[in-house]
Design a binder for this molecule. Structure first.
Ligand code: MG
Length: 378
């Protein structure tokens, strides 16, 4: 334990932890008694993430993502967590705050009982994966701070082996907007291209006019014809593409397996897969899994998923939703053990609350701070 050192370097966090101010379910600050000594004290607030540019996905467009910011205070320390709820996952500010409002973490006196606390959360309600992730991330931040160590060290991982992260672009109808997106890719070594919106080859051809950067493709279930999906895999393989993520609707299991058997590129499961039992289901249908903390209920199960996928001979990708640096940096703690990272969620928003991971020469760089490695800004 190196708490003394942590306290010296985290005056702001400690001062916040001592504050009796917390937040009601709908964002208005409310007075609340300071947590019981030696007990976990959970507080939370809605926080809308504002996107720097509109997302054009296969099935919708959006300019904001709803989120909830979470704090767990314990014995003068504070752990930060976050839930991010892109609409297609079915959670909302209301569902997350309702779930968190049902939790009584003051029944726990030991924040290291992460397995027990997950079991308790499962007993309160099924699903609610992003809400559970927010608590899980805050617990990892808190326990890492108590130990004075970042989680990549606690897991025994080498921070020098983090992967490059991809940076996401999507089709823009206006050519100037499309070129602006392409220009923003310059610092990155891998560019993730969103497809399945009807202009798939145009995006790659526009990119290739000025850059030979490696790409990966996320079709977001946008190709419903297996012959077309396979033809796209061959076309992309000739254009320096690393893999194709979720080419077909998640229900089309036989068709996806058919494409995988013939594809020159690895096929990655994203929407198909949420939690640990899904890894076994994905085996034989996909070559790799895309783990995201908002799907996996946080870092605890994400680590188990990565280990299981490896043991099955599958590759592992680590992704994120649109998130602040809080959840993205928490995910980055796991990044030394994955093949590909797509940790650009914090770069896509205009109102980040945290300082955390950095992308240096396109590579994920984990901060040398305890816990999940973030500091609250301002
Ligand atoms: Mg995806």
């Amino acid at each position: 334990m190196n708490r003394r050192k942590f306290l010296r370097t985290s005056i702001l966090g400690t001062a916040l932890a001592m504050s009796p101010v917390s937040f009601s379910a709908f964002g208005a600050p409310t007075r609340r008694a300071a947590g019981k000594p030696g007990r976990l004290n959970l507080s939370f607030q809605p926080y809308e993430l504002k996107l720097r540019h509109a997302f054009n996905l296969a099935k919708n467009q959006r300019t904001t993502t709803p989120g909830v910011q979470v704090q767990i205070e314990y014995d003068g320390l504070i752990g930060y967590g976050e839930a991010s709820m892109p609409p297609y996952l079915g959670e909302s500010v209301q569902s997350v705050t309702e779930f968190l409002g049902k939790l009584d973490l003051s029944r726990f006196s030991d924040p290291f009982r992460i397995e027990d606390i997950h079991a308790y959360m499962e007993s309160v309600a099924p699903d609610n994966r992003a809400a559970k992730a927010s608590v899980d991330i805050a617990l990892h931040d808190l326990t890492g701070k108590i130990m004075g160590q970042p989680w990549y060290k606690i897991w025994g991982l080498n921070p020098a082996t983090t992967p490059n992260t991809s940076y996401t672009i999507s089709y823009q109808p206006d050519p100037a907007e499309m070129q602006r997106e392409i220009d923003e890719c310059a610092p990155f070594r891998v560019v993730k291209v969103k497809m399945g919106v009807g202009h798939d080859k145009e995006i790659v051809e526009a990119l290739r006019r000025t850059s030979d950067v490696a790409i990966c493709v996320d079709a977001n279930q946008g190709w419903s014809d297996k012959e077309h999906a396979l033809e796209m895999c061959h076309w992309l393989a000739e254009r320096n593409c690393l893999f194709v993520e979720q080419p077909m609707p998640k229900e089309m299991i036989d068709e996806t397996a058919w494409v995988r058997e013939r594809s020159p590129l690895p096929i990655v499961a994203d929407e198909f897969l949420q939690r640990l039992p899904d890894v076994q289901r994905a085996h034989g249908v996909y070559d790799a899994i895309n783990i995201k903390l908002m799907k996996s209920t946080g870092m605890h199960e994400a680590y188990k998923m990565a280990v299981l996928a490896r043991s099955l001979g599958m590759k592992v990708m680590l992704g994120c939703m649109t998130e602040t640096s809080c959840a993205v940096t928490a995910a980055a703690q796991l990044s030394p053990m994955v093949d590909w990272a797509d940790l650009d969620g914090n770069l896509l928003i205009a109102n980040d609350r945290f300082d955390g991971l950095k992308i240096v020469d396109g590579k994920v760089t984990i901060p040398d701070r305890p816990g999940i490695g973030v500091e609250l800004l301002g």
